[in-house]
Design a protein around this ligand. Sequence first.
Ligand code: FPP
Length: 242
Amino acid sequence: MAAKDISARGPVHVAIIMDGNGRWATSRGWPRLIGHRRGANRVRSIVRAAPTLGIRYLTIYAFSTENWKRSTEEVLGLMSLFARYIRNEADKLHDAGVCVRFIGARERLEPALRDLMAGIEEKTRHCSRLTLTIAINYGGRDELARAARRVAEDVAAGRLAAADVDERALADRLDTVGLPDPDLVIRTSGESRISNYLLWQSAYSEFEFTDTLWPDFTPDELAKLVARFSARDRRFGGVAAE
Ligand code: FPP
């Protein structure tokens, strides 16, 4: 099948860097956490809209390995927002056919949050309308280092031959194992950086950078970016389709 046909179907996997919550709030003279709360409301509407646009996988960057540098108040506020989101949304997501999973290093998270994460993963494990992957304490370099460590452990234990360490062996040990690579990566708020997000997985992704701050990002804007993606000619390193 020509690569052009693949994108004509629209992005199957969309990954989003949800940036701009802080600026959205401070420009109104409000605490940053209000912006994050509005951001969480946006997550709800975007998750509802995604399957209607043909998206089967949605991956969102909720907290990076670098975000621990923020104030204790903001970090704790975000962690309790994640917990509240999971508690409030678990039944609704399950009923809507949304399978929830998390990527990132969990050890540093509070045990209560980790339990909630494991609970919603288990509850929604059989859902198949949309896979919502939430990145918490996630960093692409950290994920690659952890995968490399697993490769080294498997080689040392004799489960894997050094000669068999290839792209597949590494990809199978990433947090995203089983997920297709993102077709489209969107970043809101006018910044054009990847910020340690899905470094391995986005090798051939298309990128969209929009000035809209995340709390203002609507399903209509998502639909426009999806339509623009469909018009692109993806070549995956090959030549243009006739
Ligand atoms: C970046 O904006 C946003 C974050 C670090 C947090 C993202 C979290 C949410 C959208 C909240 C809800 C998420 C879930 C999964 C319920 P920023 O604070 O860096 O904005 P700024 O660049 O304007 O300061």
